[in-house]
Design a protein around this ligand. Structure first.
Ligand code: ZN
Length: 904
């Protein structure tokens, strides 16, 4: 089930119904993070806390290429590695010149009797490869390829079903597809194109691991198409290619979990692409350019079929989208209702379409979901489908297996009917869907203004459905070495390129909007086919609080405001540019001998510093920057190249922007006060900082990605007798309640707190602060479902100093009644914090953005025991998205560890 459904169809969702939409996801993350410590995984694969787990997917080194600037394992380095992989594992995306069928013999995973699919009578993960191998050799229509692997290392399978093609025919298809993207105006004029071109259809199964039957319906459909003698099928396969990502989340399928093996909800990760499964899906969409896509979920009864309620994403060509998506939605509804299942006999309710049947609460505003991301790559019909009968959660454990199997059989029928209706729709509307995809790209390439959708374009399309945006002429991302955020700029550029957004680089300086941008600045020209995707990432977003009561998930995100790079929209563009395939390297070490400084203003700098610390380099921490001795020059050069970070000479400008040395070692609550110049000798010795974290899965992932050694803990772990000797800093945001610690656990914690570091986030963290008697502060909660990008003001302390001017919140908090030991590190802006997202006061008028004006969002201090404590009211690691905020957490970790360092 998507915890997405908040209200019965036809009823406006009540505000109170929104809270669960987010909270279960977060809580599930906690349960996963915590449960994995103590409970063996059903799937038999290593769990999060298992020492045999795969290395955290931080920056990987693939050899000779330029550094990877995406913090998470990256395209294009990842792509380069895959290109060198054995033929059987080479992604289809680089095989445009091979014909079909391809007949890849898939390696067989070991049989796993604990696979959660088995109880439901469904195909276990290890049963998929044998089935696909069989189907590939039973005819000439099926090709299966491995396109990546899951967080726990399972192969991801992409199946292509189409009529046989020679290599020359396959090349011709690739050429047409590229032409649609590269020169849509010419493609639009080519009347022969649609006659030759096979319309691509993408079916994504099982992205939520415990919503199984999409994968089984995909397998059934593949088999039917492979073996059918129906002339309609023969015709279909001549005019389309059907792509099936059979199970998008094999870890979750095996483990009976919504999330992948890293604890991430993959269907929230598309703007971030922190997970390998999501990067694989992204690449499918880029390489196949589907005109239609289905994302198969469960469980909502009656079957829920998108299109959605408002608000609608403002960066789509929504007139084209809604026309096709609604028509296909009606077709799927007819096919599903036509199966003949009834409420009385089968417990199956009639299907529902949120766009038609609900006022709001099931929206397509954030492009974090598969069908809300696919339109940016040309899908003009894209749908979440929620099949009806629950088999997961408590039903999985408590319902007799026979009944579960009956439900799963019904669900598989329903999902298969949705697939069948969709390929029938594409067959019947073949030329028009291709033309509409071309039109999406043509409008983008021509830089046409956002087009308001005519009211009544489909029945029920009213003013409440109209959302538009304003596209700038271009975005400029300055990246010179003098820039504060050259490293962040490179990461953002690589992320855009990985998303198939075109990026150029200025060969000489240019003027725009009264400003001069230096040579080397990156330019995202908004006259490009995928300008919608560029804009949805680079615009600040919008405050949609006034327009809707209920949102399904997040309402704000912004790569421009949250990823640490400078991004400026410009209204004119006259620049000499060259297109780039990868950001230029940003790593450097000064020539002059002597100690080096590395500021910690970006996640990459954190990662580089942690690499040095892991090697045992003798680092000192001066409150914002690390000082590295001259003797570690070679190590510095290596991490500079690997992570793209720039060292500066220590003693001059240490690079600790806004922050200062001295404070960190002073041990006073004021932290860093004003500026002593950073000298090689200034600062506190810094060792590797070991973190014990009672945190959600995304936070554990991010802390590990930053290179901190992390031990997950919880109330149960501490009550079982936790050895604190390996911990420098305790991070608390989930799953740890001071009130329920047993006496022995409290005593051990007290011993740690005398000189230990504590960082908290959110309500659970704030409660821990209060219950443990740490800092004097009153926590004021904003409305629980409020979320978005907020303006902030940093106050120059050891944690806040150097922070970006924006942060991210979900269920925002602020702190009042601060004791004399407490320093405000960061505040919500006094002129109204919300930039984009959804944040209203509650029914009593409290907890809104006005109440947060000027309030303390992040505070630090040293309590009377000597514990160095930082409290976050913001969400600096939310779903691994706000990469520009990660360094703030790292500074909190370094500070809370270093101020309390005692001489050995
Ligand atoms: Zn789902």
């Amino acid at each position: 089930m998507d915890p997405r459904l908040r209200a019965p169809a036809g009823l406006p969702a009540a505000p109170s119904a929104r809270l669960p939409a987010r909270l279960p996801a977060r809580l599930l993350g906690v349960v996963v993070a915590v449960a994995l410590i103590v409970v063996p995984q059903a799937g038999g694969l290593p769990a999060l806390a298992d020492p045999a787990e795969p290395a955290p997917p931080a920056v990987r080194d693939f050899g000779n290429g330029p550094e990877r600037n995406e913090v998470a394992a990256g395209t294009p380095g990842e792509a380069a590695a895959l290109r060198g992989a054995p033929a059987g594992e080479r992604p289809y995306g680089w095989s445009h010149d091979r014909g079909y069928p391809r007949r890849t013999r898939l390696p067989l995973p070991p049989e796993n009797p604990a696979d959660a699919s088995i109880k439901l009578g469904l195909v276990p993960y290890h049963g998929i490869a044998p089935k696909l191998n069989d189907l590939q050799w039973r005819g000439d229509r099926v090709s299966a390829e491995i396109i990546g692997s899951s967080a726990q290392g399972r192969d991801l399978y992409l199946v292509t079903v189409t009529a046989p093609e020679s290599a020359a025919q396959a090349r011709e298809q690739a050429r047409i597809r590229e032409r649609i993207g590269d020169d849509p105006a010419a493609a639009a004029r080519d009347r022969k194109l649609a006659r030759t071109y096979k319309a691509p259809i993408f079916v994504n199964g099982n992205i939520h691991g415990n919503e199984w039957e999409g994968a089984d319906a995909a397998l059934r459909t593949i088999e039917q198409l492979a073996t059918s003698t129906d002339p309609a099928v023969t015709d279909l396969l001549k005019r389309t290619r059907l792509y099936f990502n059979v199970t998008a989340n094999p870890d979750g399928r095996v483990n009976n979990a919504r999330q992948n093996g890293a604890g991430f909800d993959l269907n929230r990760d598309f703007v971030t692409a922190s997970q390998p499964e999501v990067r694989a899906m992204r690449q499918i969409m880029i390489d196949t350019q589907p005109v239609a896509m289905l994302d198969l979920h469960g469980y909502v009864n009656g079957t829920l079929i998108e299109p959605t309620t408002p608000p609608h994403g403002a960066n789509y060509e929504y007139d084209l989208f809604i026309t096709n998506a609604y028509a296909n939605g009606l077709g799927m509804e007819a096919a599903i209702n036509g199966l003949g299942y009834t409420p009385a006999k089968d417990g199956v309710e009639p299907a529902q379409i949120p766009f038609r049947d609900s006022a709001e609460g099931w929206d397509d505003w954030p492009p974090i979901f598969t069908p809300q991301y696919a339109p940016f790559h040309g899908a003009v019909a894209a749908h979440t489908v929620e099949i009806p009968l629950r088999v997961n959660g408590s039903a999985y454990d408590q319902t007799p297996a026979e009944e579960l199997r009956r439900r799963s059989a019904v669900n598989t029928d329903v999902a298969a009917a949705a697939i069948r209706a969709t390929y029938g729709f594409v067959r019947s509307r073949h030329d028009r869907l291709i033309a509409d995809q071309i039109e999406v790209f043509r409008r983008g390439a021509a830089g046409e203004p956002s087009k308001p959708v005519p009211l009544g374009i489909v029945p029920g399309f009213g003013p409440e459905d109209v959302y538009t945006t304003t596209f700038p002429r271009a975005y400029v991302i300055p990246a010179g070495s003098g820039q504060r955020s050259a490293t962040a700029a490179a990461r953002l550029v690589d992320h855009l390129i990985a998303n198939d957004v075109r990026v150029e680089r200025a060969r000489s300086s240019f003027r725009s909007g009264g400003r001069t941008y230096p040579a080397g600045s990156y330019v995202v020209d908004m006259r490009q086919p995928k300008r919608g995707l560029a804009n949805v990432m680079l615009e600040p977003g919008a405050d949609i609080s006034p327009r809707v009561d209920a949102m399904y998930d997040i309402s704000g995100w912004s790569h421009a405001l949250l990823w640490g790079a400078t991004v400026e929209p410009v209204s004119s563009l006259r620049a000499d540019t060259v297109s780039v395939k990868v950001a230029a390297p940003t790593g450097s070490v000064p020539r002059a001998p002597g100690p080096l400084a590395l500021r910690v203003g970006d996640a990459k700098e954190v990662r580089a510093l942690n690499d040095l610390l892991a090697q045992g380099v003798a680092v000192t921490w001066n409150g914002g920057a690390a000082i590295i001795p001259a003797s570690a020059r070679n190590a510095a050069r290596t991490v500079a190249e690997r992570h793209g970070v720039a060292f500066t000479p220590a003693g001059g400008h240490a690079g600790a922007h806004g922050s200062s040395p001295g404070g960190a070692q002073s041990g006073t609550s004021s932290g860093a006060s004003a500026g002593t110049p950073a000298g090689a000798a200034a600062g506190t010795p810094l060792g590797q900082v070991r973190v014990a974290a009672a945190a959600s899965a995304d936070e554990l992932f991010t802390l590990r990605e930053l290179g901190f050694p992390v031990t997950p803990v919880s109330t149960a772990v501490l009550n079982a007798g936790f050895d604190w000797s390996g911990t420098d800093v305790l991070y608390v945001s989930s799953g740890l309640s001071h009130a329920t610690l047993n006496p022995a656990a409290r005593t051990a914690l007290e011993a740690f707190l005398a000189g230990g570091g504590v960082i908290t986030r959110g309500q659970t963290g704030a409660r821990f602060n209060t219950d443990a008697g740490l800092l004097t502060a009153t926590t004021v909660p904003g409305r629980g479902d409020a979320n978005g990008v907020v303006r902030t003001v940093a106050s120059g302390g050891p944690v806040g100093g150097g922070s970006p001017a924006h942060s991210f919140v979900y269920s925002p908090l602020w702190f009042t009644g601060l004791g004399p030991e407490v320093t405000v590190e960061q505040s919500y802006a006094a002129d109204g914090p919300l930039v984009s997202g959804h944040w209203r006061p509650d029914g009593q008028g409290a907890g809104g953005p006005d109440a947060a004006r000027g309030q303390a969002a992040v505070v630090s201090g040293r309590d009377e025991r000597g514990a160095a404590v930082v409290l976050f009211g913001t969400e600096p690691m939310f779903r691994n998205h706000p990469k520009g905020l990660f360094a703030q957490v790292a500074r909190a970790v370094y500070w809370s560890s270093s101020v309390t360092v005692t001489t050995p």
